[in-house]
Write a protein that binds this ligand. Sequence first.
Ligand code: SAH
Length: 256
Amino acid sequence: MLDRIRIVLIGTSHPGNIGATARAMHNMGLSDLALVAPRCEPLTSDSISRASGADHIVHAARVVGSLVEAIADCTLAVGASARSRTLPWPMIAPRELGSRLPLELADAEARVALVFGREDSGLSNAELQRCHAHVHIPTNPDFSSLNLAAAVQVLAYECRLAWLEAGSDVDAQDDEPHQPLASHRELEHYFAHLERTLIAIGFHDPTQPRQLMARLRRFTLRARPERMELNILRGILSATEKCSATPGSERDEGTP
Ligand code: SAH
């Protein structure tokens, strides 16, 4: 289970925080680290010394250009944020997040990403809106922002606690018949298709977005669609596109 939890750091600017994150991860048995557009060299004497023997995690870290790339294969992404946002998103407490993980990761194909922001400005709204839920570590409201690696430590600890509590057979719990959930890559393709179609039928004006796509994103992510369900929705979009592009289209067929 712990092998399929990815820590994603976006735009990190201090190598020491990358090293300290690797240490926090290795302490808790996590190993999958992705760095999105880091604003520093990840491997420096500072990061290696702060990793204190967990530098193999920094060496193995995948460096990618975008969040979308970092979480493409994930079935659940949770964004860690110290602040509340204007368009509220489903919130989950750290302990609740941990307790959901054994079930989330019961399917051997499932992967979870925990996404962390920049030291100076955190996560953008667009980045948070790519996540299914947000997690806030309850801190002193007058001083709520933890050091990046400290925030990773707290959530990695919750992952380990949940794994210990679930027992060692957590990875073998996959006996329920199920349909695989859609991955982030599949969801992103769906959102792009949805936006295209809504523009084509005149429902969505990208010059006056009014949070439409963000709201539809929140609604869809909340539903946790299966791959099969997303395929049905994409089929509906294709039929809608075809219908709106055809003059005297099927829309009129059969109407008196
Ligand atoms: N100054 C930034 C916070 C940066 S701290 C801001 O105002 O948003 C770096 C990252 O650590 C954050 O982006 C977040 O992912 C994580 N973090 C820090 N404190 C947190 C908290 N209380 N709860 C959840 N995540 C937190």
